[in-house]
Design a protein around this ligand. Sequence first.
Ligand SMILES: [Zn+2]
Length: 256
Amino acid sequence: MGSPNYELKDNLLIRALGPRAYESLAQKAKLSDLRVGRWLYRQGAPIEAVYFPLAGMLSMLVKSGDRPPMEVALVGREGVLGAPEVIHHQQAISSCQVQLPARAVRVEAQAFHEILESHPSALKLMCQHFFALSHQLLYGTICTQQHDVRQRYARFLLMAQDRTGESRCPLTQKFVSRMLGVRRATVSETAAALKRAGLIDYDRGRIMIIDRRGLEAVCCPCYASIVRAYNSILPAAPRGAVDCGLREVRNKYTKR
Ligand SMILES: [Zn+2]
């Protein structure tokens, strides 16, 4: 199943499953390559399958009234999409769109439900993930209201790197401005200031983190709070298995 470069355990939640739950999920898993812009599901619609990203980045978006949908959370290899709704037999509470080229494990909703019924430890892990995701949603709300664009821009880049494991993310300033819900000119000014400070660099269609520690110093405290929540549910990754991102920041914040 899948390409030779693909492993189920590239997803950190799958990696945290017990051996029997892992085997059950592996039997039902299907590899799915996800192109940028694809909607996995829409807010208010039934969810046919859950997705465990192995690479890339997806976002949860919520729409209220006539305004365009707004990004409320980022999900990558540390997470799963659609699980809470499937567990509770509910329709999608948000929409989900692919933001960076992604690869994911797809498990049909019914099969996923049966796996969780057979393996309570897997159900517990999914609930723990939702606890961590709730932190991202809650601090995202605070962040929008209380922190400036430079801090929010830094948080977005750090979270994107954590989720993709890539120090060079194929992001454009236009895209970041949409994700942050601020004017593109403001984002461009912010990026230029961070570049002058030697923290990031960018060219057409790509943003690179040059000085991660420096960017963390610029970032608001929301980032550390979100990282700590994910650290509390994900076991330590095998050394060298995650080359950057969550393992690195897990170690940093766990020591505090
Ligand atoms: Zn913040």
